[in-house]
Design a protein around this ligand. Structure first.
Ligand SMILES: [Zn+2]
Length: 634
């Protein structure tokens, strides 16, 4: 097997740096409109999931098409168990128990849990990927129970037996005689992402065999010429769309599903999630560096104005092509995986830019992908067009995106409020109550937050910590908020800088009030003779329900400049289907001979999350608008 120059390369083993503490589920409670949306999603989607249905294939083991029926249960458990901890909903718990019982009953004597017949196991297709999600599902269940609970022990034991099976078949001396990365597609991305639950298993059992297997996987993921190459390409600064070895093209003669290709975004990010877990377990910092380099490349080259990314789940230099009609934009699986990735790096690095990204993704593409009654997630959500439900997958009445969707809300919830040494860190702004123990002081602090943000820029935070205490409250000041006002008990705070944390270190007393007013100035964004608009973290869209003219109408030539402030005002929405509605006077329309940009017309906008939320082709919307081209232009 050919190896890259990185084989044998020296890497330092450093102690993993201190990460932010995330409060247990339930210690941060969302209220207000975002909290209602979460409750609605848990009730109508997560709790309504039929676990007997999604676990039935595990008992049948008839998967000869090499499909992915076995991913649905593990993805479901990723949010179901945390949301049970959050809600203590008895019906949700009953559903969970039913599914777990079925999964445990399906385990074979050799440890296998899946639906592939023996001759096809651990080979092409999604079998290893399915086992990855099953291991994760079992550990989510385990983690939601008390460690001494017999069911927790039994479930962890089942995850161990499943991992033992994978090692026995695909480990260094595996019976299948192939490396794990050689199974499945995308240069081994999908299968290699099993690293994440393998490290989880090591963290929960401290068994050396799991760390050894993780080390074996990391070597293949970073040193093999034809493998995932998640280290050298990242550290060389190769953009994610250019890592596949064929240019930004499908492999020669290949269809969409490719053996040798590295442009699959969901699976690539899932691998980095595992490499970051391995860094935390071992201190191997070059892997964290590669993950950070990759994340930063994604922000620069792929993330669009709505915080989404990918076309047909592939990287495609999407940031600079987002105004074009690329196919299958912003798959919900990619969006939720991006939210997990960026939330993890926020926790590890404490860099506010990752919180800015998570916020943008959450309030735009994520909320947009959830339908109005919160029963299902869209599979693809374009920037211009209309929304619709995803197709059924694998002959089942569900799909990957419906299974993955609820995990995104969890990433937002985990990021909202954290602890860093002697500081409480407010990363997100939404009406909520939150409490956390500050590790350096071993003291609990509690706050309530009241806001209509991001519809409104005003946020009020009240200290509810009963004991008078000296500590720091860190507030994220988003990079887009150029002029932010902060007051503590009515006194203005100086030197508030965008794109940083504002550290308020003082003796806090119960009832102390912090008031923040963010700069919600609307701005134009211009790219390749197209224009789009944002207000705070929100991408704005025209929507046919406003009946205010053609949503595809061009803007006058050169009438808008990138970064230009735009005067808009709140407007009455035509119905309760809208979260936000605005009106602006803008230079649209090329049908008149009036001087360019002089004759302004009224244009209505809504927030991107509300745009097209009837999920009907008659309700279309648009984010990017073309600007006129003159005969003399290039
Ligand atoms: Zn999907």
């Amino acid at each position: 097997m050919k190896t890259t120059v990185l084989a044998g390369m020296a890497w330092g083993v450093l102690a993993a740096g201190a990460a932010n503490t995330i409060p247990p589920y339930g210690d941060v409670r969302l209220k207000g409109p975002i909290g209602e949306r979460l409750e609605q999603m848990v009730k109508n989607h997560v709790r309504a999931t039929d676990t007997a249905y999604i676990t039935a294939p595990f008992l049948e083991k008839t998967e000869r098409r090499r499909w992915w029926q076995t991913e649905f249960w593990g993805k479901y458990m990723h949010s179901a168990m945390p949301f049970w901890t959050y809600t203590k909903d008895a019906r949700l718990k009953a559903n969970i128990e039913e599914g777990v019982a079925c999964i445990l009953a399906s385990q074979e004597p050799d440890g296998y849990i899946g639906n592939y017949p023996d001759d096809l196991r651990c080979g092409e297709g999604w079998d290893v990927w399915g086992m990855k999600y099953t291991m994760m599902g079992l550990m989510h269940y385990h983690d939601g129970l008390q460690a001494d609970d017999e069911r927790a022990k039994k479930t962890l034991a089942a995850a161990c037996r499943l991992c033992d099976y994978v090692i026995d078949q695909l480990g260094p001396d595996g019976k299948r005689g192939r490396h794990l990365w050689e199974t499945g597609n995308w240069c081994g991305f999908a299968s290699s992402s099993i690293l994440e639950p393998v490290v989880w298993l090591y963290n929960r059992t401290r068994r050396q065999k799991y760390l050894d297997f993780a080390t074996y996987l990391v070597k293949d993921m970073t040193e093999v010429e034809a493998g995932p190459r998640l280290l050298d390409l990242a550290l060389k600064g190769v953009s994610v769309a250019d890592r596949n070895g064929y240019g930004n093209k499908a492999e020669k003669g290949g269809g969409y599903v490719m053996k040798h290709n590295r442009w699959k975004s969901y699976e690539m990010m899932s691998c980095y999630q595992g490499l970051v877990e391995y860094y935390e377990a071992t201190g191997r910092k070059d892997l964290l560096d590669a993950a950070i380099a990759t994340c930063d490349q994604i922000i620069k080259d792929e993330i669009n104005i709505a915080g989404g990314c990918s076309a047909s789940e592939a990287w495609y230099h999407g940031a600079r092509k987002q105004h074009l009609p690329y196919t299958h934009q912003q798959e919900t699986c990619v969006v939720t995986t991006w939210m997990r990735f960026v939330e993890k790096l926020l926790q590890l690095t404490g860099e506010p830019k990752y919180a800015d990204e998570l916020e943008k993704t959450f309030y735009n593409i994520y909320l947009a992908s959830l339908n109005r009654d919160a029963t299902e997630f869209a599979a693809y959500t374009p920037l211009n067009g209309y929304r619709s439900r995803g197709h059924h997958h694998c002959y089942m009445h569900t799909n990957c995106c419906n299974a993955n969707g609820p995990r995104g809300f969890l990433a937002f919830l985990r990021a909202l409020f954290q602890a860093d040494g002697d500081a409480a860190v407010m990363n997100m702004y939404a009406t909520s109550s939150e409490t956390v123990v500050l590790p350096k002081l071993d003291e609990r602090v509690t706050f309530d937050m009241y806001t209509l943000y991001p519809k409104d820029g005003y946020v009020r935070i009240v200290n509810h910590t009963v004991k008078p205490l000296a500590f720091t409250l860190k507030l994220r000041i988003p990079a887009w908020s150029a002029r932010t006002s902060v007051k503590v008990n009515g006194t203005a705070v100086k030197d508030v800088k965008a794109g940083t944390y504002l550290a308020l270190a003082r003796n806090w007393t119960i009832g102390d009030i912090v008031e923040v007013t963010f700069d919600m100035t609307a701005r134009a964004h211009v790219m390749n003779r197209h224009v789009a608009f944002t207000r705070g973290p929100i991408a704005l869209a025209r929507d046919t329900r406003f009946h205010d003219g053609s949503i595809s109408e061009t803007f006058r030539r050169n009438s808008m400049k990138d970064g230009q402030e735009v005067s808009i005002s709140s407007a009455r929405a035509p119905s309760e289907e809208f979260w936000m509605a605005y009106q602006a006077m803008l230079p649209v329309g090329s049908h008149t001979e009036n001087p360019e940009g002089r004759n302004l017309a009224s244009v209505m906008f809504c927030d991107y999350a509300s745009a097209g939320n009837r999920w009907n082709p008659m309700n279309s919307y648009r984010v990017w608008f073309p600007m006129e081209i003159h005969p003399g232009d290039d």
